[in-house]
Design a protein around this ligand. Structure first.
Ligand code: SF4
Ligand code: SF4
Length: 267
């Protein structure tokens, strides 16, 4: 994403909508500017603000006149008054940023929008997590922090060393060069995305070990990690196998999602 400095009138509206704080008003240029390293190409600024097409010179002049009268002219807060945003023609590897950050864009590896995974939400029809197994969704970067692929790789290699298999229908897995080591394509390691999810499943007996491993690796990387746990209920609709493990580790598990009959049984 780019901001056209000839159009920007430095109203500052866009600085509040960027989820990773990549937009700032440059004190020298007196224009809104995007930090390209931090921008995850989510298009929130472009799609989230209404674009008005006021003449930039006119807006600047009005603001200057108002200033001399000790008044202030500001556009509505959800508007870019001069339509200053100009999306770049993205090329690889930067396209990966958008694929993981803009929920309007389907991920080519799964056809699912945004981070591109259904994870365990559809387990009742997909059967990803079986009886006696626990599924983990290890989510990085939310809210408003983002994650670099190099940090995802740190977690993936640690999990691979522990002998954990990665979910095949997952966008992070699709970007690995070697699923047995957890290595991710080198050309995207320095790309940043809004969020990403690693999906794994292990026998219930390994749940504590894997949670402790995630805790350890989390300390080595510079982002936010949220751990989701998927388990199957028993015949009476209860879950009394994984929940006690989580309680022992200090969690107070709440049932977050129960999805029933969301489609055709495929597994
Ligand atoms: S909303 Fe538009 S005019 Fe206002 S600072 Fe951002 S880019 Fe510039
Ligand atoms: S595309 Fe997203 S990350 Fe980039 S500047 Fe706009 S809002 Fe921020």
């Amino acid at each position: 994403m780019k901001i056209n400095p000839d159009k920007c009138v430095a109203c500052g509206n866009c600085t509040y909508v960027c989820p990773v704080g990549a937009i700032y008003i440059d004190p020298q240029l007196h224009r809104a500017t995007i930090n390209r390293d931090e921008c995850v190409e989510c298009y929130t600024c472009f799609n989230g603000l209404s674009q008005e097409h006021l003449n930039p010179t006119f807006v600047r002049t009005v603001r200057r006149i108002f200033q001399t009268l000790r008044l202030r002219f500001d556009p509505e807060p959800d508007v870019c008054p001069t339509a200053a945003f100009e999306p770049d023609e993205l090329v690889w590897p930067r396209t990966v940023r958008r694929a993981f950050s803009d929920p309007r864009v389907p991920h080519e590896s799964t056809g699912v929008h945004g981070r591109g995974t259904e994870e365990v939400k559809t387990n009742d029809i997909s059967g990803r997590v079986g009886i006696g197994e626990v599924g983990f969704t290890i989510e990085f970067g939310r809210p408003g922090v983002g994650v670099w692929f190099r940090d995802l790789q740190t977690m993936c290699t640690a999990l691979a060393r522990a002998g954990v298999a990665f979910e095949k229908r997952n966008p992070v897995t699709s970007l690995m060069t070697d699923v047995s080591t957890g290595a991710i394509r080198e050309d995207i390691l320095h790309e940043k995305v809004l969020s990403a999810i690693i999906e794994i499943k292990v026998p219930v007996e390994r749940a504590e070990e894997i949670i402790r491993l995630v805790w350890d690796v989390e300390k080595q990387i510079d982002t936010v990690v949220a751990l989701g746990v998927g388990a199957r209920c028993d015949a009476s609709g209860e879950e009394n196998v994984v929940a006690p493990i989580l309680e022992k580790l200090g969690y107070h598990p709440q049932r977050a999602k129960t999805n029933i009959g969301l489609g055709r049984v495929s597994a």
